[in-house]
Design a protein around this ligand. Structure first.
Ligand code: SAM
Length: 183
């Protein structure tokens, strides 16, 4: 399960219970959950029906241990204050042998990719967002990517959090990245 498979997602976390028919989405923002829920109702496919939205903190997930078959988080971990704790919580609630998938902007080790990413944010992302009255919401992107972890650091964090393996894949020409880790 990857974030892109759930375009309706406006929450930080999606958890999957025994197949994709039971999915739980979590965020600590009521507003985000309400957008997610309204988008869900616009979708006709059956797989969008069984999604439950939960208001909760990624640092203290309101679920028992070894509960979910898969977890995906999209553009969320970068925004969580205590990233190691959020990773440990995902480790706790995913079943042994199952995977988590962390999609986010990639903090590249390549200066050229970083320059291009910064150019895109300054010249496309923020101006377009400004056109929608959301410029302020996106101005933090550059600094938050800069303060985020590189792919190698995310792999190391996965192991330190207890996962048996962690592999980071660069996508979209290195602008984005996905960490896949198995408990
Ligand atoms: C950039 S938004 C991404 C939202 C959505 N995944 C998307 O792609 O549109 C980051 C989200 O992380 C949520 N968030 C940050 N820290 C959190 C925490 N500790 N627990 C739950 N949600 C958190 C924020 O409320 C916000 O909705």
């Amino acid at each position: 399960m990857a974030g892109s498979a759930f375009p309706l997602c406006k929450t930080s976390f999606l958890f999957c219970l025994s197949g994709y028919l039971n999915v739980t989405g979590l965020d600590f923002s009521k507003e985000q959950l309400s957008v997610a829920s309204s988008r869900q109702h616009l979708r006709a496919k059956a797989c969008y029906k069984n999604i439950e939205w939960v208001e909760g903190n990624a640092l203290e997930l309101p679920f028992p241990g070894s509960y979910f078959d898969a977890i995906t988080i999209g553009y969320g971990l970068r925004n969580v204050v205590d990233k190691p704790k959020a990773m440990r919580e995902m480790y706790r609630v995913v079943k042994p042998g199952c995977r988590i998938c962390v999609l986010d902007f990639n903090k590249s080790a390549q200066p050229l990719t970083t320059s291009f990413q910064e150019w895109m944010i300054d010249n496309i992302v923020v101006p377009v967002a400004t056109g929608y009255g959301l410029g302020k919401d996106y101005e933090y992107l550059r600094s938050s990517i800069n303060e985020f972890l590189t792919g190698k650091e995310l792999e190391k964090l996965a192991l330190e959090s207890g996962f048996s393996n962690g592999k980071h894949y660069e996508i979209s020409g290195g602008l984005m990245g996905i960490l896949v880790a198995t408990r």
